[in-house]
Design a protein around this ligand. Structure first.
Ligand SMILES: [Zn+2]
Length: 319
């Protein structure tokens, strides 16, 4: 059974890797190429060694057979890290040019909107890919997996269905509005520049709600769940931390403004490690972390309830 399952999952992972979607640019009907949510020649290259970084292990087989202990960081070629089928060839270059062809300028509203759009399109695509893979498991592994596992997958995909059909168009729509009129005030941004290169990079959406009960409540109601975007962009001599949220969600994000002034290091580690599946860490940094701390990092990556206070999160990214 194990062998059969491994074979089926292998096939599904291949399908997932080759999966293409329609370009996410409005009215474009071309097919997507592999876009990077974190610039390969920029932030990833800068933290890499021999063009490799540590990123999250997304092996479906491991997740299926090992459960929570499947969480680990694995060495990944930067050409394969943070890749997603989001835009066609033309729009991949065009849409991201404000942040890839221009130097980053703290407070630039078009650049902030571009980061927000990139983060949202990455999330859209990632959710669709996971949905696609889970659907394939349901179709192809029905006879191999126990009923409880299948029921669990069905439930997960129902949740994703709601998110894909309801929440993501809301964010995509607002992201384009902000991108097309950066000064409209749709988006609020807190942008901090640290005067040194951090050996970590991330592009992720996260929930600004730290209260577990409140978060569950917001996920259950029919309005879109509240998400903010986080970009950690290391460069040769400095690192940009750019957090954006929709102005209409400002009350839920207020704490972030002050925490980024007073507890920036904890905040970066909190989002990059506890809230994100899209962290890339330079080998120099990850290989210097002792195994006990690594275990605590893995723990923090998947135990939503046990995370505790900002101060208790393992701080491996040092500013
Ligand atoms: Zn296109």
């Amino acid at each position: 059974m194990d062998h059969k399952l491994r074979k089926e999952i292998g096939k599904i992972e291949k399908l997932k890797r080759r999966k293409k979607f329609q370009c996410l640019f409005p009215q474009c009907s071309d097919v997507s190429i592999g876009s990077h949510s974190q610039q390969r020649g920029g932030q990833l290259k800068i933290i890499s060694e021999n063009d490799e970084v540590f990123s999250m292990n997304f092996s479906m087989y491991d997740v299926l057979t090992k459960g929570n202990s499947a969480f680990s960081l694995v060495k990944t070629r930067i050409k394969n890290a943070s890749i997603y089928p989001g835009f066609c060839q033309t729009h991949d270059g065009q849409v991201f040019s404000p942040i890839e062809k221009q130097p980053l300028k703290k407070g630039d509203e078009l650049q902030a909107a571009t980061f927000f759009l990139r983060t949202v399109t990455y999330e859209v695509t990632r959710k669709r890919l996971v949905h696609f893979g889970t659907q394939k498991i349901l179709e192809n592994c029905a006879k191999i997996l126990p009923e409880t596992a299948l029921d669990n997958f069905k439930l997960q995909n129902l949740g994703r269905d709601k998110f894909i059909k309801h929440d993501l168009p809301f964010y995509l729509n607002n992201a384009y509005k902000a991108y097309n009129s950066p000064e409209s005030g749709i988006l609020k941004t807190k942008w901090v520049v640290i005067p040194k290169k951090l050996n970590a990079s991330s592009c992720t959406v996260f929930s600004p709600m730290r209260d577990f009960q409140e978060r569950i409540y917001h996920q259950a109601i029919s309005s879109p769940q509240i998400l903010s975007s986080f970009n950690l962009v290391p460069m040769q001599d400095e690192t940009h931390v750019i957090v954006s949220w929709l102005a209409q969600h400002t009350d839920k994000n207020e704490w972030i403004e002050s925490v980024m002034d007073t507890q920036l290091e904890q905040f970066i580690n909190y989002v990059a490690i506890c809230e994100s599946e899209d962290i890339c860490i330079g080998p120099e940094l990850w290989e210097s972390v002792d195994i006990f701390t690594r275990e605590r990092v893995y723990e923090a990556m998947h135990h939503e309830i046990y995370r505790g206070a900002l101060d208790e999160i393992p701080c491996i990214i040092r500013i």
